[in-house]
Design a protein around this ligand. Sequence first.
Ligand code: 4NP
Length: 165
Amino acid sequence: MEKIRLLFVCLGNICRSPAAESVMRRLVEDKGLSYLFYINSAGIGAWHTGQLPDKRMRVQGAARGYVFDHRAQQVRHEDFLRYDYLIGMDEENIYDLRRLAGNKDQAEKILCLADYLRKYAGEPTIPDPYYGGTKDFVWALDLIEDACQGLLEKLTDENQCHPFP
Ligand code: 4NP
């Protein structure tokens, strides 16, 4: 069985995308669909390669029962061959991913996470909390939890996913 391969992408891979990776993994587990998904995250930049997520995001994640323990890595051109979807958090991520894509088919793998918001539909991006305060991390996580539910619904509908029998 071919897995659906998702790569969440933000600027530094220490705040938003490692959170989205863990949130989506939990949603997929809760639906009994882990056997169908491979989920990872990466950053546009390499500044934080090898680092754990930002402490402020780990604290907010822990408050909601998540363990954010991804190690930061930089997105690479080859990721367009390895993943079915590369999911950016804001317009800048989408712009940078489009530049990295090698052709139209690869560019079509790029999604914007905010397009899958439901409760918070209309918010254009998952804003970068890095230079903000606690409330910015809480807000980013609120948006990520909402949008990951919407994205999982799209993917399960399109691929007719069912829990492992
Ligand atoms: P992220 O947040 O893209 O959500 O991981 C950032 C983390 C680090 C930096 C910028 C944004 N930085 O400039 O180092």
